[in-house]
Ligand binder design. Structure first.
Ligand code: ADP
Length: 351
């Protein structure tokens, strides 16, 4: 997909925009939090004068309006809502539109607004681009870069398990995404799982959905439908409600082990309480040494340490022998993704 849509624009003079500010603020259904406004027309950042008057509004991307998106098909059904492939009427560009109902507590809404602001300002090759978001009729819609291979969760359903050398190439990209989030944006993903790692026919692997799902999951109404999120939570978050950057490494280790073995690392249980108990009480899962290389086993063990201080950072993991022993330039993820699980939902299918 080409990246033709311009990046967020800078602030504009008040005089030119007095009327549009009035119009924007008067829209019914505007969701406000601090300097953020989200409504049917998108997300705006507002500045206030000392007297508290609205001085200017920075649009993030005026070229995208919800009404200009034609629905092509539903591509995913997440725990908080559906994901649709949509096409921009005027440019023909494809996007993924994630729609989440917002009948949740005020506090969670505020956090979501903050997370959306971070999402919109995150530009990395290893993170799914977020172009704009809208709030209308009680639903938040997020316009995302469309990843035509779907998620690792979709891919695993087709291939069952991923051979080590491809896994090494996938790990490298996910770790680069984590390094970007942890070191450049200073944010914790909090919800890394197979459905939040997306792939495309170019062999790209990108992290999606940081923050927002985790907040929704902690809202009591959605808790029961979001057990997916709990399965990948690190022990320290469950037992002490504590989490740092290194918490993402636990989730990452579980995801990679699942990709290698073809099944979730803990045995199936009945409720999310049982999952939490198993994570806190049981010894950490590991890669069986009779099925995997010693490098992969050691890599998984560097991630799946119950004490956060014993886990390796994303930066250190990037130097791990499991990754350095494979020559990435010879690993053709693009062909692997395309040949292993045809047909991908490529743009051509939808013309
Ligand atoms: P969850 O709620 O489990 O985190 P999501 O709602 O984020 O899951 O995504 C559900 C599914 O929607 C994914 O497994 C994937 O198939 C699809 N999907 C999500 N985002 C995109 C995207 N940007 N491009 C293509 N497909 C996507």
């Amino acid at each position: 997909m080409k990246r033709g849509i311009p990046k967020p624009t800078v602030q504009i003079a008040l005089s030119d925009h007095e009327q549009s500010i009035e119009k924007f603020l008067s829209k019914t259904g505007t969701f406000k939090h601090d300097d953020l406004l989200v409504n049917k027309d998108g997300l705006r950042i507002v500045s206030h004068s000392k007297q508290g008057e609205v001085q200017l509004i920075r649009p993030l991307d005026n070229n995208l309006a919800l009404d200009d998106m034609d629905m092509v098909k539903v591509v995913g059904n997440g725990s908080a809502g559906i994901v649709q492939l949509v096409r921009h009427k005027w440019t023909g560009q494809f996007f993924a539109l994630k729609v989440m109902q917002m009948n949740i507590q005020e506090n969670a809404r505020k956090q979501i607004a903050q997370e959306l602001k971070i999402n919109l300002s995150s530009h990395s090759l290893y993170v799914v681009l977020c172009y704009q978001c809208f709030y209308d009729n009680g639903a938040i819609s997020i316009v995302l870069e469309y990843m035509d291979g779907g998620s690792l969760s979709d891919f695993l359903k087709k291939v069952v398990m991923i051979p080590e050398r491809y896994l090494a190439a996938i790990c490298r990209q996910v770790l680069k995404g984590l390094i970007f989030l942890h070191h450049e944006k200073h944010i914790i993903h909090r919800d890394l799982k197979p459905s939040n790692i997306l792939i495309n026919h170019r062999g790209e692997v990108k992290i999606s959905d940081f923050g927002v799902s985790a907040i929704l999951a902690s809202s009591s109404e959605l808790r029961d439908t979001m057990t997916g999120t709990y399965k990948y939570m690190p022990p320290e978050r469950i037992s002490e409600s504590k989490h740092g950057y290194i918490s993402d490494i636990w989730s990452f280790g579980l995801v990679m082990l699942e990709c290698g073995t073809g099944k979730f690392a803990y045995p199936p249980v009945d409720s999310y309480y049982d999952i939490l108990e198993a994570v806190v009480e049981n010894p950490p899962p590991f890669a069986p040494p009779d099925q995997f290389s010693k490098e992969f086993c050691s890599f998984i063990s560097a991630c799946l340490q119950k004490k956060p201080e014993d886990r390796q950072s994303a930066q250190l993991l990037l130097q791990h022998p499991f990754l350095t022993k494979h020559d990435v330039s010879k690993i053709d993820l693009a062909s692997y993704f395309t040949n292993a699980a045809p047909p991908l939902a490529t743009f051509n299918d939808n013309k």
